[in-house]
Design a binder for this molecule. Structure first.
Ligand SMILES: Cc1cc2nc3c(=O)[nH]c(=O)nc-3n(C[C@H](O)[C@H](O)[C@H](O)COP(=O)(O)OP(=O)(O)OC[C@H]3O[C@@H](n4cnc5c(N)ncnc54)[C@H](O)[C@@H]3O)c2cc1C
Length: 407
């Protein structure tokens, strides 16, 4: 069965008005629910990276009694799923923030039945939405927004928790004793029977199989060297997938002079201002900027986060007659994912490239998960489909790679 859907995300509100591309999605009724067990594998596994995909792989290994360790370069789990609890009276998602499509996906991801997750969520359907074109903003008619939400798949956010909390409760908590933090993997040698990994601090590890879950940015940067080197088709596949630079900026104001969303014109990636406290129980006024691709590069050219904030205030002042500077409380959080050594960018929104070379294993010894997942557009249930570069695709890829190993 073919189904034609359009991606809905905060940034894609802009696409509604400036783009017309639709994508075909294959329905896959036969797909296993994420919790099925079928272990044929004996041996030990090392997972590189304790983000969503690595932790999901760990959960699956644990369910099947397979011994594993996770080598994580930083001192935290979560990868691009991080939170800030100090800035406002609600926790802020510094990386992944939206629950793409139906909230029932949260249950699907942890193999729970029912469509109502046991965590409170917000239906994300902002109505006070502006579009910026050529330096001016105009309000998108409410009726257009209503029609938009009626026609397309829904999106949600967590109400008083974060993606990081979800990942902790359902994945990291049980895996934490197997995570070796501050362990940046620098070389992976898969010439012998065992795969040998070396970390920057000189420790050597051996495993029967290795699962690599680092971002495409890290793979592109050659931060990990392979012996033998990666095959040409793998290198081409990695280089071909777009992985944009970008950041999130959160600013605090004394008054809410701004709308729910201002979606700005940009030639690549997205530039979206949004009310971060939308739907939350909050007395704080936090306006956010998510900037990726071209717009992010333009901001980086200003040289510092202070200069970026000054430029953003100046821009908002032109739309709101000086109200941004007048209400600014001199407080911001700048989370630059491009400068993050272990992310090197944001996510891949490249839905076209789905080369099999991206996620094929190296000699059935070294496997890939995370952004190498090639199932963009598939629909495990009627309520959602898989979006490449999302938390859901990361988690599902972690499960799937373990299923492949166990076969
Ligand atoms: C700003 C931003 C906004 C986003 N918004 C959303 C959203 O709203 N909704 C959504 O669904 N998704 C969103 N995403 C995408 C989502 O966060 C990612 O797709 C997902 O978290 C990727 O998980 P992962 O485990 O595949 O990779 P990662 O989270 O990158 O995990 C990889 C892990 O590997 C570690 N690592 C890297 N190099 C090494 C090494 N050499 N040795 C050992 N460890 C290493 C890293 O430290 C990291 O912990 C967003 C991402 C960003 C950056």
């Amino acid at each position: 069965m073919k189904k034609y859907l359009k991606i809905i995300s905060l940034g894609s509100i802009l696409l509604l008005f400036f783009a017309t591309s639709f994508m075909a999605c294959e329905k896959n009724d036969e797909s296993n629910p994420p919790g099925n067990n079928n272990n044929q594998f004996e041996g030990n596994i090392i997972i590189v990276g304790a983000g969503a995909s690595g932790l999901a792989a760990a959960k699956k290994l644990e369910e099947n009694g397979i011994s594993y360790q996770i080598l994580e370069a930083t001192d935290k789990f979560g990868g691009r799923i991080q939170k800030n609890e100090d800035f406002a009276d609600f926790p802020i998602d510094l990386g992944a923030e939206w629950i793409h499509e139906d909230k029932s996906i949260l249950n699907y991801l942890i193999n729970q039945s029912g469509s109502e997750p046991n965590v409170e969520t917000i239906l994300y359907q902002p109505m006070d939405v502006y579009a910026e074109v050529g330096g001016s903003i105009w309000q998108i008619p409410t009726q257009d927004m209503e029609e938009y939400y009626a026609d397309y798949i829904k999106e949600y956010k967590f109400k008083s928790t974060t993606w990081n909390d979800f990942i902790y409760e359902n994945f990291a908590q049980s895996a934490e004793q197997n995570i070796v933090y501050n362990s940046k993997v620098t070389t992976i040698d898969y010439t012998g029977n065992k795969v040998v990994l070396k970390t920057e601090n000189g420790t050597e590890y051996q495993a029967d199989k290795v699962i690599i879950t680092v971002s495409l940015g890290v793979l592109k940067s050659n931060a990990i060297s392979f012996n033998p080197s990666l095959p040409e088709d793998k290198i081409t596949a990695i280089n071909d997938v777009e992985f944009l630079p970008g950041f999130k900026l959160f600013m605090k104001f004394s008054d809410q002079f701004y709308p729910d969303v201002i979606s700005c014109e940009t030639s690549s990636g997205e530039k979206t201002y949004y009310d971060v406290a939308y739907g939350k129980e909050s007395e704080d006024n936090v306006f956010g900027l998510l900037s990726t691709g071209t717009s992010a590069e333009e901001y980086y050219a200003l040289g510092s986060s202070d200069a970026i904030v000054a430029s953003v205030l100046e821009e908002l002042d032109t739309y709101y007659n000086g109200l941004a500077s007048q209400n600014y409380l001199n407080a911001y959080v700048f989370k630059d994912w491009s400068q993050q050594e272990y992310a090197q960018g944001t996510w891949t929104s490249d839905t076209e490239v789905s080369s099999n070379s991206l996620n094929t294993s190296l000699n059935d010894k070294v496997y890939f998960a995370g952004e190498t997942y090639n199932k963009h557009g598939e629909t495990p249930t009627d309520n959602f489909y898989i979006i490449r570069g999302s938390v859901q695709s990361a988690i599902l890829s972690g499960y799937e790679v373990v299923e492949n190993i166990m076969e």
